[in-house]
Write a protein that binds this ligand. Structure first.
Ligand SMILES: Cc1cc2nc3c(=O)[nH]c(=O)nc-3n(C[C@H](O)[C@H](O)[C@H](O)COP(=O)(O)OP(=O)(O)OC[C@H]3O[C@@H](n4cnc5c(N)ncnc54)[C@H](O)[C@@H]3O)c2cc1C
Length: 290
């Protein structure tokens, strides 16, 4: 099923993200974890893509397996900055053969050691290629606080509009811990003429280290309220897990109450966290109508 069809229905959706293993020997355990998340019956799931190298097939393999065994529609990620056009073409064919109809089209981070090849520079080029290569539903990434590499938010938003115009059916946001940041972004995006669905990406922070590494990579700001929570509970793993789930659920409740229809959760291969969030929202999600 195309995710664009799901997003155009008048119903609230909740989706989960998993990531593939880096090494083949971990494939079975990651697949089993991802299957446990699929058993929670989210509206769709996404499988991230390890840029370049030999692990990129795992994304397609996991997505295809989950789609077949659980019936949950899959969104397979694909990055382009470290790939040739020929490689991207090949991956696209693999996705088609495996019945993947939805692709999250990304540039990917530029490797620290520099570009491996010089064929793709931005995600919009990949999106244009995918539009030509097949009848895919295409997602793109967006950054409520601006992408780390872009100095001015206004320029980042202009680039985002170009990316949507290249053929994105929907956008998913980078994590944020203050919903006002998302509402402000949504307002600016609509104002510039971006009219596709924009899914907030919610990251449950269930351990202290995860917060510092995620923030360092993404540049996401941490509001004082959340900093205080992590300061108070960060050294107690079970307490941190509990408050991380509650904080994410609280963000989701506020988003839904404010009229946001579609929620994407970075469930990070943690079935217990995904289940914990659904548990906190059990009554909230009972009536999915708008
Ligand atoms: C929802 C989500 C999912 C992700 N999944 C993955 C994953 O599976 N695998 C992975 O490796 N990474 C993933 N990432 C990380 C992502 O690859 C990085 O953030 C990367 O640095 C940017 O990718 P992009 O697709 O947003 O790039 P782009 O949209 O190309 O933007 C990258 C930068 O270039 C600028 N830019 C865009 N167009 C132009 C232009 N025409 N001229 C000048 N500047 C321009 C933008 O303002 C921005 O600063 C994900 C991020 C998000 C938010």
């Amino acid at each position: 099923m195309k995710i664009s069809e799901l997003l155009n229905q008048d119903a609230i959706t909740i989706s989960f993200e998993v990531f593939p293993p880096k090494k083949r020997e971990n494939f079975d355990s990651v697949l089993s974890t991802a299957r446990s998340i699929a058993q929670l019956k989210p509206d769709f799931m996404s499988v991230t893509y390890g840029a370049g190298g030999g692990t990129s097939d795992f994304t397609a393999d996991i997505a295809a397996d989950l789609q077949k065994t659980s019936g949950v529609p899959m969104l397979a990620h694909l990055t382009c900055v470290s790939s040739t056009r020929e490689y991207v073409s090949r991956m696209t064919e693999v996705y088609k053969e495996k019945g993947i109809e939805n692709i999250m089209a990304l540039r990917g981070d530029i490797p620290k050691e520099g570009r491996i090849c010089d064929e793709y520079h931005y995600a919009y080029e990949l999106i244009r290629d995918l539009r030509e290569k097949g009848d895919f539903c295409i997602g793109g990434a967006c950054y409520p606080e601006g992408h780390v590499e872009c100095e001015h938010k206004k320029d980042d938003l202009r680039h985002l509009k170009e990316k949507v115009d290249a053929g994105c059916d929907f956008l998913t946001s980078q994590m944020f811990f203050d919903n006002d940041v998302f509402y402000n972004f949504l307002y600016r995006a609509r104002d510039i003429g971006i009219n596709v669905p924009i899914l907030p990406g919610i990251m449950p922070i269930t351990n202290k280290k995860q917060l510092s590494s995620s923030v360092a990579m993404s540049g996401t700001s941490v509001p004082p309220r959340f900093s205080a929570i992590v300061d108070r509970f960060g050294d107690s793993p079970e307490a941190m897990k509990q408050v991380g789930i509650i904080y994410a659920a609280d963000q989701i409740i506020d988003l839904i109450a404010s009229g946001v229809r579609h929620i994407h959760v970075y469930s990070m291969n943690k079935p217990d966290v995904a289940e914990g969030i659904l548990d906190k929202l059990s009554e909230v999600l009972k009536d999915r109508s708008i």
